[in-house]
Design a protein around this ligand. Sequence first.
Ligand code: PLP
Length: 491
Amino acid sequence: MSEPGSTELGDVPIAEFRSQLHLIADWAADYRENIESMPVAPTVEPGEISAGLPSSPPEKGESFDAIFADLKNIIVPGVLNWAHPEFLAYFGCTTTAPGVLGEIASAALNINAMTWRTSPAATELETVVVDWLRQWLRLPRTFGGVVFDTASISTMHALTAAREEILPGARSRGITGAPTLRIYTSEQGHSSIDKAAIAIGIGEENVVRVACDENFCMRIESLRELIERELATGMKPLAVVASCGTTSTASVDSTAAISEICREHKIWLHIDAAYGGGLALLPEEKWITDGWAAADSLVINPHKMLFVPLDFSVLFVRDLERLRRVFTLVPEYLRGDTVENERNYMDYGLPLGRRFRALKAWMVFRTFGRIGMAARIREHLRLAKLFAEWVSASPNFELSAPVSMGVVCFRAIDGNATDLDIFNSEIVESVNRSGRAYLNQTKLRGRTAIRLGLGNILTTEKHLRDGWELIQETARSIASERGRKTSPRRL
Ligand code: PLP
């Protein structure tokens, strides 16, 4: 072993690196094998982790053993274990063995996929993997895709392309003096749309929220009326963002109907299928893709439903050249590494340096295949529906939204209206504090709902049943602590 703090040059000797890699590999496998013995949420207070770490940077190098010990003793006990099968928040978690292997391999290669020449294999694999995904999503060949880190970034790029379409030359001259540009999405549309509007000079106040129906889907007639009214006042519709799988309830807007309005008024249609897009892999759920072919762009996050670890988002654009035209810019120092007629992914967005994200997706997609992924998603849908049945059968809880994917929103219904919101929040907070499961809460029609998301490959019916028992038990204990009058709906 080289001395910690030695002033020798060069990297850690290869023999040491090899044994450290084995230790980390064993640690990762142990973490995954024993994850159920750990609490889902840590029991740390804010500031506790940093208090255990030196506040000044290391002057001399330290041994791997010391660093590894701190990883195990300070860092790991302070993480929320997203990969835990009782982590039932957000959309679950997409850690998978092939995904972890892909991340390790890509870390070892550490290539930069900015142009074809800076990494021919990363560029071409990205094109191949994105095209596999295009086929699974049943998008026509006229769609091309680019990998980004997150849906927020993908959507920002889509809306920038839309901005160029409506204001040709905005890329060069900016949008000073342009008419007010408006973006329409439903009340349930994701906040990434507002953030994109902030970033690309549209302004968050110009994101117009269209009312939803009782199933949390955009009201098509309201969209039509709104657009017509705003056009009459001289505003310019920039884009409509339809959601396929909203964050709170996984509701799906009627993309086919929205696309007709967009076609009529020549408005860019962007589909936020960040979560729900994965459903397209199931032949029986083909309905989800209705209207997609008529869109201008679509974002899907395979890190939400398709078992690829965070982060991996794909933006598809019909005629991808429209995206390239907005972002291509070749600095002189990169000219030698830019091959004409080859895909240089730096041309399709803001990031110049790009991680080799396609590698992990390729490993996941090949390991499970479409059939394997579809079977696992189908099981998550079955579990979500089963959980919804338990909720519906209980006199003390009710569903807050229809269940169409791996998301269930529900609430305890025992008590008066104002108090109930607090009661439901307390249930979530108490379950999360217990370390035995982890949930979210959301607001639906102004009321607090408990939200459960299924997406973890390790979550089984037993985990779900244990989670449901915990929720009921927690509700009962909070109710009895408060001396709540529960009759006739005694919890
Ligand atoms: N769209 C939807 C429907 C989402 O649920 C989310 C995040 O949960 C996003 C977009 C943003 O995704 P990201 O975290 O990849 O930016």
